[in-house]
Write a protein that binds this ligand. Structure first.
Ligand SMILES: *Cc1c(COP(=O)(O)O)cnc(C)c1O
Length: 830
């Protein structure tokens, strides 16, 4: 819907802008997502990762003419005579105000508000699936549920919407009021209250209370009474006539009693519901068996009843609920192509967010391909119009090649740009006509949804068919980054350590994310790693810790800033610099204050300063040192001496070179000695979600890397049988033994075999039996639920890297960086 600038000024309670007639229908909070400059209103938000005001000049150059800001920009960058500035005291509050007013224009629209610690997005998608065949629903895209995501979601409400479904997520006390005022839900659902995000809350009970605030004006609120604390807190806040309670545990006071019978053979569950007050009962079937799915089904039944519907009438829709996968995966493909797969939903909003994601991953000049299935048409009256919009969107994003797969999209082929589009009515036709070599070096988005069989395409383009993968959760990394960001002064820069290929997680995707997140520097160990980053389009400053290279030209020409730890190295770099004609090339001076590895010592400082002063080839950008025992409290005296010596030496350097930055803290140092943060800190292991302290101070970190494989074979053996090389695995009982394709060549250290460690299969720990082979090992699944094809976690959310390290007598750093490069890395964001 369009709003005039005049109307927006009115809503925000600010002066009439110079161009009151400008029309706006796109709200933008992240400059990288700009698509329609002329119709965009940009909000210069201040977030932990940056200040939106920094992007005003660039957006103006790219055609944006409407801005909500706290202060007008400096006219040194542009004169902005033809732009509207809405100057407000609080930009985020202005965004929320606009969303609130927009929502208020639809007072009779029923809106379901979903909150809870987990499962919000899945429940939202289930409800959308169940209801969208009969009514036009509008919902949050993906998991847009934050203080900023919610207003952007609400903005999508159009007059033809018949139902809204929005998520509300909070991470600290006091956030829910704003979300409630905007969403104004008529029906509320709470999925569950976990212990996650415990940070902002004193207790779980506090957290229940905060979540329940979403519902203060709801007509009906649906929740489960099987969680006694939630039941008790909800009963205090919500009158009985407004509550619709469900129970899977047979609670007689519940309004709706649910009984589930799992059918493992058919991977489905039969669900009986009995809602005696409503004189309703019936049976439905869902194509899932997990606990989370059964909980979801119970809440979905409760929500339908709250809306005055009979769930039995939707039984067919229940049986066809798709598997909700909100993740965008990034996979290395054949011939250096990169695949982005998105199986979330084949509709316009999710295509838009996938294209946005793709655009940010694109390096300059990189060829792009989008593979699209038939798009979801439920709730769309004009299919042709929808495909026209999609085509425009693809053109807007500068997509080089479009491949449509499906009968519907093929029928609309003529709508798409003719040059480089191809259409196939089925995946089989595509597979027959195309070969992987056509896709070399391209960045490829494979959009799909349940029933589109696009997995076959992904398989064709995937580089390696090895079934062991290292999954890297980029959201978790951003979360960890922001935890440290929040602990530091705003002016302190973060050097993100991505040496050893990002502690094994793979450096490019991480670097791209960290660059977007506002890290000050990346640091790698060797020049080759840095070169790879530059070649893939990373433009931010990069520090090279061990710059001993033969080819200094690459160092200079790619702006890779070396660490300098000795006079020999300094002389070599100056000499090479002179040969290549560089000037004022930034270098980083390493001091040895106690690690006794590399670095200048205190008695070198005078000579170092005078040598640096006597030339203009290199310029010292920073001076730093490294702590030897930051994580050993019993050696804090030693650490203090390091700090004292660093202060003494670095201040002499700084007197000589006033612009020089100083840094000494690594991850543990940041947590334990924040008073020594100086100008920058160097964040390593904790960025990857591995705590280095066991006192609870780092418990809110989330693991970034998870190593998974799959069961490729299962056999039953009787007691006494031996398994593997050297017959070292002797079975003491009749056993089920599963074989998994991971061995010591993948980084699963051989010392973990013979029962020394376990893997995680469907909720059970399964010991490794016998010796680990090069590419394979065997695990005992006698006590687990386990089938061929099941996923096996080696480490991740259930098995800690730190525990594996303990078993091996080493540290998590070694376990992470030992995952072999032949293991495929998959990066994803929710
Ligand atoms: C690896 C490294 C770090 C990061 O250490 P963590 O303990 O992983 O945070 C910091 N500084 C230097 C010089 C390093 O080599």
């Amino acid at each position: 819907m369009q709003y005039s600038a005049l109307r927006i000024a009115d809503i925000l309670n600010v002066a009439t802008p110079i161009y009151p007639d400008a029309l706006i229908d796109v709200l933008l909070t992240d400059s990288r997502s700009l698509t329609y400059p002329e119709r965009t209103l940009f909000f210069a938000l201040t977030t932990p990762s940056g200040d939106g005001h920094r992007y005003v000049a660039e957006l103006y150059r790219r055609g944006v003419r409407n801005f909500v800001v706290r202060r007008r920009p400096d006219t040194a960058d542009a004169c902005y005579t033809d732009a509207n500035f809405f100057v407000v005291p609080d930009v985020r509050a202005a965004l929320q105000q606009l969303a609130r007013i927009h929502r208020g224009k639809f007072p009779s629209l029923p809106v379901i508000g979903i909150t809870g610690s987990r499962g919000k997005t899945t429940l939202k998608e289930w409800l959308h699936h169940l209801l969208s065949s009969s009514i036009h629903t509008v919902r949050s895209p993906r998991s847009y549920n934050s203080q900023i995501g919610v207003p952007l979601s609400l903005w999508e409400i159009t007059p033809d919407a018949e139902l809204g479904i929005f998520e509300a997520g909070i991470s600290e006390k006091g956030e829910m009021d704003a979300l409630r005022d905007m969403i104004a839900p008529t029906i509320g659902v709470i999925t569950n209250v976990g212990i996650e995000h415990a940070d902002g809350f004193a207790s779980r009970s506090d957290k229940c209370d905060e979540k329940i605030k979403l519902f203060s004006a709801c007509q009906k609120v649906v929740y489960s009474v099987d969680d006694p604390l939630l039941a008790q807190r909800a009963a205090c806040a919500i009158q009985p006539e407004r509550s619709i309670t469900v129970s899977r545990l047979g609670d007689n006071n519940a309004d709706i009693k649910i009984h589930c019978t799992i059918n493992r053979a058919e991977s489905c569950a039969d669900i009986h519901f009995d809602a005696h007050h409503f004189h309703l009962n019936g049976n439905i079937k869902i194509p899932f068996t997990s606990e989370a799915a059964l909980d979801n089904a119970s809440l979905a039944i409760g929500t339908l009843i709250a809306m005055g519907m009979n769930p039995s009438e939707l039984s067919e829709r229940f049986t066809s609920i798709p598997n909700i996968d909100t993740r965008l995966n990034v996979i290395e493909g054949v011939n250096n192509c990169i695949l982005i797969t998105d199986h979330y939903a084949a509709d316009y909003p999710s295509l838009m967010s996938a294209l946005d994601f793709m655009n940010r991953r694109r390096t300059s000049g990189q060829h792009t391909t989008v593979i699209l299935p038939d798009m979801e048409t439920v709730g769309t009256d004009d299919v042709e119009h929808m495909y026209k919009n999609i085509s425009l969107l693809l053109v807007k994003y500068g997509i080089d090649r479009i491949i449509g797969i499906g009968e519907e999209i093929t029928r609309h082929a003529c709508i798409f740009p003719s040059g480089n589009s191809r259409f196939y009515t089925s995946v089989a036709d595509f597979m027959a006509a195309e070969t992987p070599t056509d896709f070399g070096h391209s960045l490829i988005l494979v959009k799909g949804a349940e029933n589109h069989n696009t997995e076959q395409i992904t398989e064709m383009l995937e580089a390696r068919q090895h079934e062991t993968v290292l999954e890297v959760d980029l959201d978790a990394m951003v979360h960890n980054f922001n935890i440290f960001r929040a602990q530091l002064k705003p002016s302190t820069g973060i050097v993100a350590m991505v040496k050893a290929s990002g502690y094994g997680a793979g450096s490019y995707e991480l670097a791209k994310t960290l660059q977007n997140q506002g890290a000050a520097y990346l640091a790698v160990a060797v020049a080759d790693e840095a070169m790879d980053l530059r070649n893939s389009g990373i433009t931010m400053p990069i520090m090279v810790l061990n710059p001993k290279v033969t080819n200094y030209h690459t160092l200079f020409s790619h702006m890779l800033e070396p660490e300098v730890y000795s006079f020999d190295l300094l002389h070599e770099i100056i000499e090479e610099g002179r040969r290549y004609g560089v000037k004022d090339f930034p270098i980083h001076i390493k001091l040895d204050t106690g690690m006794h590895r590399l670095g200048f010592i205190e008695s070198d400082i005078d000579q170092l300063i005078s040598e640096l002063k006597s030339q203009d080839i290199v310029t010292p950008r920073s001076v730093f040192s490294h702590l030897a025992a930051a994580d050993c409290p019993d050696m804090d005296d030693y650490t203090m001496e390091q700090f004292t010596m660093f202060e003494r030496c670095s201040s002499r350097m700084k007197d000589a070179f006033p612009g020089m930055l100083r840094h000494i803290l690594n991850s543990t140092g940041i947590t334990r000695f924040p008073q020594y943060q100086y100008d920058m800190v160097r964040l390593g292991i904790c960025l990857y979600g591995i705590p280095t302290l066991s006192d609870g101070s780092q418990n809110d970190l989330q693991p970034v890397s998870s190593l998974y494989t799959v069961v490729i074979s299962i056999k039953n053996w009787s007691a006494g049988t031996t398994v593997g090389y050297g017959r070292k695995g002797v079975l003491t009982r009749d056993s089920r033994i599963a074989t998994i394709p991971i061995g010591y060549a993948d980084g699963l250290r051989r010392a973990l075999g013979c029962g020394h460690s376990s893997v995680w299969v469907n909720g059970s720990l399964c010991p490794i039996i016998g010796n680990i082979c090069m590419d394979i090992c065997m695990v005992d699944v006698t006590d687990a639920r386990c089938e061929v094809g099941d996923r096996v976690e080696i480490f991740g959310h259930n098995i800690n890297v730190a525990d594996i390290a303990d078993k091996l007598g080493t540290i998590p750093y070694e376990v992470l960086s030992s995952v072999s490069s032949r293991v495929k890395r998959i990066y994803f964001r929710e």
